[in-house]
Design a protein around this ligand. Structure first.
Ligand code: AMP
Ligand code: GLY
Length: 425
């Protein structure tokens, strides 16, 4: 088979790396890919939202399966477009992808189907949003309705911050049209986890649990990012929590979407807040988590490709995925200034040395080649991912590799995995 991976981040590198190892696959392409993906796939310079060029390429090259990494093309209908041209593609339709594309849609969906989530209201008028915030008080969470690269949720600890958040989203329009509406919701406390499953619209196959680290600084301080590191498995997802999530969160979303006439195929990912073993949904995503895909796929022993095909064919009940017994940790190395503005183009040193380490893989996100050298080209730059016998060993191994890599202004969290260690005692 020939497989095309759409996207060019750490998640897409992990996907290309994993898919390349499938005995079913003879060639992997990535659009547009990056300097690291180029080591596992043939990169073609096509943007993920250029559906004309992507479908043309898929036909010309005889691509048998297309796998989409990021939410943007899914929310813009890449799956509908490929299917209308007779091409096989893994992922949800445009209508089904609204679960991530519109927080207002997603919250109303959860209310309708009784899925546990934070209390909320939706506003298209900033003054009304502010009145509601004043009535509710802080802490409170203000979210842009549309896609904002993981940065559109503003957790506000004071009333002033919350009122300013409404202005930032709706008046200053920091996230563009994504801020036409806001969702204002109850602040939840607890521990977060990512519950990611593959579904064919009927059956649900959960992947290994994982935990992301959204804020930029250690101790979960500072603004939210796309995710600064992750590990798998996540001890916070006990067998009891797993069962509750399947019954209250995953089955209802798949059944509800079918009932609404938008059957969901692809990856369904619930971002959870778990309080005293009770899960609530912070958000649904409609694709693999980034960075979560990196530790999950690194410790997946089975071939992923049959599961992707089964999602398309409706035969996911026949699929079983096995994992290595080890734990896996991914530390994201980012550009100085991220998630705000940052400079690109700094040469990265140490990659050669790290490539010799066992049980470590460096997935690339924002990297490119300049004059034959790998240089930084984005906010999140690398996902340094390691396996270990237990989370402690995986953490130590990942940070050992991180210590060998550098560039001007590099930043990364020093506490990835610390929560799992605390929980395991
Ligand atoms: P979201 O994009 O909706 O997943 O939000 C991004 C991040 O903001 C989450 O991973 C949480 O860390 C935080 N967050 C979102 N909603 C809430 C909430 N209702 N209570 C507390 N924290 C939240
Ligand atoms: N790591 C968070 C996300 O993929 O949305």
């Amino acid at each position: 088979m020939k497989v095309l991976v759409v996207g060019g981040g750490g998640r897409e590198h992990a996907l290309a790396w994993k898919i390349k190892r499938s005995p079913l696959v003879e060639k992997v392409y990535a659009a547009p890919g990056n300097a690291g993906i180029a080591q596992d796939a043939t990169c073609v310079p096509i943007a993920p939202d250029d559906f004309d060029a992507l479908t043309q390429f898929a036909k010309k090259e005889g691509i048998d399966l297309t796998v989409v990494g990021p939410e943007d093309p899914l929310c813009k209908g890449i799956v509908d477009r490929f299917e209308s041209e007779g091409l096989r593609i893994f992922g949800p339709s445009e209508k089904a992808a609204q679960l991530e594309g519109s927080k207002a849609f997603s919250k109303d969906f959860m209310r309708r189907y009784g899925i546990p989530t934070a209390e909320y209201e939706i506003f298209d008028d900033p003054e009304k949003a502010k009145d509601y915030i004043k009535a509710k008080g802080a802490p409170i969470v203000v979210k842009a309705d549309g896609l904002a690269a993981g940065k559109g949720a503003l957790v506000c600890y004071t009333l002033e911050e919350a009122l300013a958040a409404v202005d930032k989203i709706m008046v200053e329009r920091a996230f563009g049209d994504a801020g036409n509406r806001v969702v204002v919701e109850e602040f939840l406390t607890g521990e977060e986890a990512s519950f990611i499953a593959i579904t064919d619209g009927e059956h649900i196959y959960p992947l290994a649990g994982s935990q992301d680290h959204k804020p930029i600084f250690d101790g979960d301080k500072g603004p939210n990012t796309g995710g600064m590191g992750a590990y798998s498995p996540a001890p916070v997802i006990t067998p009891e929590v797993h069962h509750k999530v399947m019954e209250r969160v995953m089955k209802p979303v798949v059944e509800g979407m079918k009932e609404m006439g938008h059957p969901f195929k692809g990856v369904i990912y619930a971002g959870l807040m778990i309080t005293d073993n009770e899960p609530k949904v912070l958000e649904y995503n409609v694709r693999f988590g980034d960075p979560e895909a990196q530790p999950i796929l690194f410790r997946m022993k089975s071939d992923l490709v049959p599961a992707l095909l089964a999602s398309i064919d409706g035969t996911l009940d026949q699929v079983e995925l096995e994992y290595l017994p080890q734990a896996s940790v991914c530390v994201v190395m980012a550009s100085g200034g991220y998630p705000g503005s940052y400079k690109k183009g700094y040469p990265i040193s140490g990659l050669e040395e790290v490539s010799k380490l066992e049980n470590v893989v460096v997935f690339h996100a924002g990297t490119t080649l300049k004059d034959g050298k790998i240089v930084t080209n984005g906010g999140r730059v690398l996902g340094v991912t390691a396996l270990g016998d237990g989370i402690k060993e995986a953490i130590d191994r990942a940070y050992e590799a991180v210590s060998l890599i550098s560039w001007e202004g590099v930043q990364y969290r020093k506490d990835i995995g610390a929560k799992a260690l605390r929980r395991l005692g």
